[in-house]
Design a protein. Structure first.
Length: 131
């Protein structure tokens, strides 16, 4: 499996480095970066087509801009979007199991964060600085 993942070009170590170490409790807001979820959904749409994923990516991007600013948000998305395309290609086209597991983890983190978007859209999560 490792050789197949390396052949696919997916920079899995880089993606794993971006994952949070522990999932937040259900009663606390997610601390997963919204820009990472924007990159996930942009990369998803690049590989599998857009059926609303770009609109979701735009919501995550807007939330990220409120928290860390436009320049840093766009830098993170530009950095991670190609990784997400590689991940999706390895999972969907190559059937790579490790990529599938990583994609499912990213989906869970972004789904948790999607529930917190309303806080970010309304001016930020209490206790966290907003830009």
């Amino acid at each position: 499996m490792r050789a197949r993942a390396l052949r696919s070009g997916a920079p899995l170590a880089c993606l794993l480095a971006g994952l949070p170490l522990a999932a937040p409790a259900d009663d606390r807001p997610s601390i997963y970066p919204p820009a990472h979820c924007a990159a996930l959904w942009e990369g998803y749409a690049d590989v599998l087509g857009d059926e609303g994923e770009r609109a979701l990516a735009a919501r995550f991007r807007a939330a990220s801009v409120r928290v860390i600013g436009e320049a840093e948000t766009d830098r993170l998305i530009a950095e991670r979007r190609p990784w997400m395309r590689d991940l999706l290609t390895a999972y969907v086209r190559d059937g790579d199991e490790q990529s599938e597991e990583l994609f499912e983890t990213l989906l869970r983190n972004c789904a948790r964060l999607e529930g917190d978007l309303r806080f970010l859209e309304q001016g930020g999560i209490p206790g966290l600085p907003a830009r």
